[in-house]
Design a protein around this ligand. Structure first.
Ligand SMILES: [Zn+2]
Length: 206
């Protein structure tokens, strides 16, 4: 153990380096025991023995350990980076934070793109499902039938609605009616005139 009461043979690292007797009231003995010789040499090289002792004596006893620890770490950083020292370490960490912020922004942008793509896929599925429902189906196997006839009927009825000035809205409605008309034609051709008449009546109502 070191500290107050340390004899000459167990001199603290500071007294050993100064080649002097380590007094019982040596102010550096509690913080630089003999096995911390390397740490003391770093601190001594950066601050000098007088500044070390002054720094320890000018603060409260309960803060002296913190002061010495701070000086040791600063001296070690100076050894690691003789040019920048602790300031170089702070700058390095600051630059790393800025780099991480840039990467984080890129991740958020990619996330926004993925979310937008996912939303577009859902919209496309909804539109496809909507038009699948509009297309006529074979009465036997339920397979989709070519929409060409459906379109022709739609054109036929949409001409009427152009006069109403709401063509875009009416096209969808007319296609649905056209699909209904095509299915009725396939199932029972005799009902064609009846179905068309019914649809024409609905168009007149609109
Ligand atoms: Zn000493």
């Amino acid at each position: 153990m070191t500290g107050p009461g340390t004899n000459v043979s167990q001199a603290c690292a500071a007294c050993k380096h100064q080649r002097r007797k380590c007094a019982p009231d040596c102010p550096l003995a509690p913080y630089f025991p003999p096995h911390r010789q390397a740490e003391f040499l770093n601190v001594h090289k950066l601050f000098g023995i007088r500044n070390i002792i002054n720094a320890v004596k000018t603060v409260d006893p309960n803060q002296r350990e913190i002061v010495v620890r701070s000086m040791i770490e600063e001296a070690e950083l100076r050894v690691m980076d003789p040019v920048g020292g602790s300031c170089g370490m702070v700058k390095s960490l600051y630059d790393k934070c800025e780099q991480v912020k840039v990467e984080l922004d890129m991740v958020f942008q990619q996330l926004a793109i993925c979310r937008a793509k996912s939303k577009n896929v859902e919209v496309r599925r909804g539109v496809r499902s909507f038009y699948d429902n509009l297309m006529p189906r074979h009465p036997g196997n339920g397979a989709l039938r070519p929409p060409r006839n459906n379109i022709e009927i739609s054109k036929k009825t949409s001409v009427k609605n152009e006069n109403d000035g709401v063509e875009a809205l009416q096209i969808g409605v007319n296609e649905e009616k056209g699909a209904k008309k095509m299915r009725n034609i396939d199932i029972n051709k005799e009902s064609r005139e009846i179905e068309e008449n019914d649809l024409d009546k609905e168009d007149v109502k609109q």
